[in-house]
Design a protein around this ligand. Sequence first.
Ligand code: CP3
Length: 655
Amino acid sequence: MNPDTESNSPDPGFGGLRVVAFESRMAAQLATMIERRGGVAIVAPAMREVPLQDNRAALDFADRLIAARCEFDVVIFMTGVGTRALFQAMETRHSRASFAAALAQVATVARGPKSIRAMRDLGVEPTIVAPEPNTWREVLSALASNLELQGKRVAIQEYGASNRELTAGLEARGARVTVVPVYRWTLPADRAPLRAGLNAIATGAADLAIFTSSNQVTNVMQFAEAEGIADTVKRGFSRMAVGSIGPVCSAQLRAYGLHVDFEPEHANLGHLVKAAAAEAPSILAARRGGTHRIEAGAAPTPRRAPASDAPRSQLRDHPMLKACRREAAPYTPIWLMRQAGRYMPEYRRVRERHGFLEMCRRPELAAEVTVTAVERLKVDAAIIFADILLPLLPMEVGLHFEKGDGPVIDRPIRDEAGVERIPAVDVAALGFVGEAIKLVHRAIGATTPLIGFAGAPFTLASYLIEGGSSRQYQATKTFMYTQPETWHRLMERLARTTADYLKMQIAAGADIVQIFDSWVGSLGPDDYRSFVLPHTASVIAAIPAGVPVIHFGTVTGNLLELMREAGGDVIGLDWRVNLADAWARLNYSVAVQGNLDPIALFAGVPEIRARARAILDQAGGRPGHIFNLGHGILPETPVDHVIALVDAVHEMSAR
Ligand code: CP3
């Protein structure tokens, strides 16, 4: 009986649950089965078959089987599809009758009902049939109890990943094993559905996953690893119901640290979907109800749609925006952090007459220094003149800037009462930044992309808690370690304000936003994951698709993969990492920005050019590199050296 056609099945069905299915060959049929039982199918094929004519091992096997003196005593058929594929490959060279006759002379073993059917269809009656549950163990014991294996030449028709246990078991009994991999699986050519399926899992937008082969498990997890989302995907699975077609597939899931909730009574798609519909609702109720507690770091990493999905900026084809999307550009775009600052005489002239905060608060002054820097340096982007600490102004903590000392916060936040005292921030209070953006946009927006920015929650929290700049972040980390719940509440507030602040800047005309997590490199990866990642991720997820996000930090060599997990189209690199190594570590799945040491600008122009060349060489002309310093320009930097750098990058990268 086909379980899928039992129209009056007693189970209530999926009731709208979202089911991710990784099956490839039968993807459409499986989706229909899921939908017939009231589920929403998320089809995410994870495999692609390698063409038959590329199966050299199968062709060699055919030659050796049919040779005048057959070279095998035993042939094991592991799968139905594989058996058929093997025969088809052999038929490209020999008549079916000749190898059916050769197989009749040896012992043939069928692992399960599908290999039996395939063999019979091809005119071969299996000598030995392995009993249920049809794993390699049953194959081995059925063979060993029927045959003396010592000295026997055994061929195994294999599917996908090698079954080393079976080979080892046979060899331990004295057999000589030849493995005949008939088809191997690679990732599908179009990986977008798989990527979307994994994102659904990572973000909690899926309830159930069903795996229909062990190779799928391998491909899915390897792909998640390559995309840098393996950990969030695993956490996603841990909140879902997971079904497996059978014991081999389940073993592979467990080998990857994933759990298995159910296997069907019989290893076929219909029974698997039936078991899923019957069992998933109660499994999910148990898993998600009752003891469910959102732990920091256990929450899914929110995701945005890729920027390329929603064209937005009128400067869409500007090299800077192309680089954000990892598209080829005629040259490598460059801009510099703190490009409008004290190193520049024009800035100092304005600054002599106005306080720093006053400059930020007066849109015409902020716009003027922003535009002057772009025109003087001929960089490829403007960054709005402002400061990451401005959102602390409406928090009424007594922020001011002391000459020489940098920012000072008179009433730092040290405990729960302090967090509770912070008033809810309406970013309209920071409307002057939006006004400045509009002025810049009006002046140069038709030709130059404008970067809006904000501090990431961790870096903002460090100022709020320390009361100013810090070396060790002792108060910040002590707060985090001793008052984790209060920490998370503070970070949530900062994340919400930051997201609103950035959205306001985008509404005013920012084409790109950069998130400065300048001091996050003071944390180890585990702390980053639990105390920071979910909050930065929630800021980035709030940014509308189509507006690229640059995610920047310093001393983050140990955190780059996690920062990418938190989000961002572009990851900022400082000079402590080699750009080529760092980008390779990120699998080129994001653009990168950086990474000249700001102090290199104090060296002579030939040295600056040599270092710029070295960084461009590390980027290797790959689309998606934005040239920048590894951190902001220092106040004493010679302006003509900065200009020489910009010219050098434009000239050397012209394509
Ligand atoms: O890059 C730009 O040209 C845009 C303007 C900008 C400023 N601050 C102006 C500024 C940007 C992007 C920032 C970001 C910022 N501010 C960060 C993150 C970037 C980084 O450097 O990691 C941080 C940590 C701050 C906080 C801050 N503001 C500090 C520590 C200081 C004092 C140190 C210093 O460089 O003076 C500021 C003041 C500040 N912000 C100045 C400028 C031009 C100098 C103020 C002055 O003229 O006295």
